[in-house]
Design a protein around this ligand. Structure first.
Ligand code: FAD
Ligand code: DLZ
Ligand code: SF4
Length: 511
């Protein structure tokens, strides 16, 4: 008996040939549905470059599927009949092709999972098996543990994948080579540029659309250079493995003015949209190490980010559930200052990271964690506003990966699920790992006074206001001991000056 066609939903971040829904579908009968819709472009005001990337990659993936023999119904954003939501487009497609059901792959966000479950067309969602660890496996791993620590999880993933393993032992005898990593940048350090792709006709057409519809949003549309298909993403991976990977570990935390990419991969944007898989990325790094082209600390450190951090973070998102993004364990309520959008601040480190983010829709991990994230935590910004900012501004941001990094790792708003202690530091850390302080109107060496670095003042304010929660944390007690040893007059001055900085933030004055 010939059955009705089914719809096969492919979302903008599911652009992989081996995505579960396509594997389950019948190429001769089923109809792939892809749609550019306002519900997705507007649930937060995504950076225009993220939309250019995603729409271009979606259009090319649709063309690629057609070439491979699939029937594809693709709705562009400016189609007058577009209902502007994914469930709406499924319904329109169901009416048009005579389908009564759809299949799809689990979205990376609870919001969209609910929208599909409650939508007018019944959708059967298959697990997204582009990841190494299933939800059930992560739950089983987490079950009964007092603390979830990435390092233990990572070792299991190394054993499971066999990546950089010699039998059941880690290559070189150690699981983790971070001891050799994270050096400060030396003067004149020259990092390679990422592989850039000139816009083709598809990118140009999407850029025109995005300019008209989203041109007035935060973020620059100019000089778009991301790859927008799997071939380009693979070239970017090869370029990274050859040029940047050798120094990746050594300078993983280094920050240099005017050099936003350093030795980082710039691959999350491709991996998260489905253009690259974890295995091919990790195998490229492992191969480079086996060939003697990169040192063990670089290859291990890089592979750990992917089969360790990336998988762990995703596990946490699905384990913690839909209320995760509204957690606020530290009770922080301050509004996000305007300089997160304008870069108009005298703090050179923040200005540099926000400016690069506006231009590139990218900042590397330490810029996200120890500059913009650190400031937000020290200043007591509302974690939900901080979460939305990160979801908007980065081209690689989807809730499954962004929120545990922000709510958990960066803002400690989950009360310690992701991080065992808050990632806070004064200006010293930023000064050690960057050249930012040399260009700053604040003095990083000053602990108090008119031009004292705001990170220095707010650091002690943070510790003081959260003493009850953190004093007994063994990894923080040394800091409390230092604070308590300081002269009382100095402590009073620091707290009063920190309050003055916070009052300026509240009044919208320049900091
Ligand atoms: P590299 O530094 O070269 O690392 C290689 C790869 O490792 C990345 O491509 C990525 O796939 C993976 N990786 C490394 N660290 C993490 C991590 N903590 N979580 C998940 N994957 C990781 N990553 C996102 O993909 N999307 C986000 O929205 C996002 N938001 C973040 C917000 C904050 C506050 C912080 C501290 C980190 C965030 N990260 C996010 C993690 C990390 O910063 C980015 O994955 C990384 O900067 C991407 O750039 P890259 O490809 O050059 O990575
Ligand atoms: C991020 C995004 C944007 C901006 N636009 C679309 C879109 O128009 N159509 C689509 O299918 N997907 C889009 N996406 C990706 C989804 O928001 C993403 O699938 C969910 O956030 C789950 O990760
Ligand atoms: Fe940032 Fe302080 Fe250094 Fe200025 S002095 S760049 S505010 S850490």
């Amino acid at each position: 008996m010939v059955r009705d066609p089914r719809l096969v939903l492919v979302l903008g971040d599911q652009l992989s040939d081996d995505i579960a829904a396509l594997r389950e579908a019948d190429r001769d009968r089923d109809v792939v549905v892809m749609a550019e819709v306002q519900a997705e472009t507007d649930y937060v005001a995504h950076h225009p470059k993220k939309i250019i990337f995603l729409f271009s990659a979606m259009r090319k993936f649709a063309a690629h599927l057609r070439e491979a023999g699939w029937q594809v119904r693709y709705t562009t954003l400016d189609d007058p009949d577009n209902t502007q939501s994914i469930p709406g487009e499924l319904l329109r497609a169901a009416d048009a092709v005579g389908a009564s059901e759809a299949i799809g792959t689990e979205p990376g966000e609870f919001r969209l999972i609910s929208a599909l479950e409650d939508g007018p067309v019944p959708v059967h969602l298959f697990p997204d098996d582009r990841f190494l660890c299933t939800h059930a496996e992560f739950e089983a791993w987490a079950e009964g543990r007092k603390e979830l620590r990435m390092e233990w999880f990572y070792r299991d993933m190394r054993r499971r994948t066999g990546l950089m393993m010699e039998g059941d032992k880690p290559a070189g005898g150690k699981w983790n080579y971070d001891h050799d990593n994270r050096k400060p940048p030396k003067t004149g350090l020259d990092a390679p540029e990422p592989l850039r792709f000139a816009p083709d006709a598809t990118v140009a057409a999407v850029t025109d659309l995005v300019r008209v519809r989203f041109g007035n949003r935060y973020g620059s549309l100019d000089d778009f250079w991301f790859a927008t298909d799997a071939d380009g993403a693979r070239q970017a991976l090869a370029h990274f493995a050859e040029r940047s990977l050798p120094e990746f570990g050594t300078y993983q935390d280094a920050m240099v003015t005017g050099a936003p990419f350093m030795f980082h991969a710039i691959l999350s944007v491709y991996m998260n949209a489905g253009l690259l898989g974890w295995r091919e990325v990790c195998e490229a790094a492992e191969r480079a190490w086996k060939d003697g082209a990169v040192p063990i600390n670089a290859a291990e450190g890089f592979i750990r980010q992917i089969i360790g951090w990336r998988e762990f973070i995703r596990g946490v998102y699905f384990l913690q559930g839909p209320d995760y993004t509204s957690r606020n364990a530290l009770g922080h309520t301050r509004d996000l200052p305007d300089f997160y959008w304008s870069a108009e601040t005298d703090m050179a480190c923040v200005a540099e990271c926000v400016t690069a983010t506006m231009q590139e829709a990218y900042a590397h991990h330490i810029q996200r964690l120890m500059v913009t994230g650190n400031f937000a935590l020290l200043a007591g910004l509302d974690p939900h506003q901080v979460h939305e900012w990160y979801l908007i501004v980065y081209a690689d941001a989807y809730e499954w990966v962004e929120s545990p990094n922000v709510i958990g790792m960066s803002q400690f708003a989950d009360g310690g699920v992701v991080a065992s202690k808050p990632y806070v530091s004064g200006g010293n850390y930023i000064n050690r790992m960057s050249d930012y302080c040399r260009h700053c109107s604040y003095a990083v060496t000053k602990k108090s006074g008119a031009d004292a670095c705001p990170f220095n003042l707010l650091y002690w304010h943070f510790l003081d206001r959260h003493r009850e929660r953190f004093q007994s944390n063994t990894r923080m007690s040394r800091m409390y001991a230092s604070w308590d040893r300081m002269d009382e007059g100095h402590r009073t001055t620091v707290l009063a000056e920190a309050e003055a900085v916070l009052a300026k933030l509240d009044a919208g004055e320049r900091v």
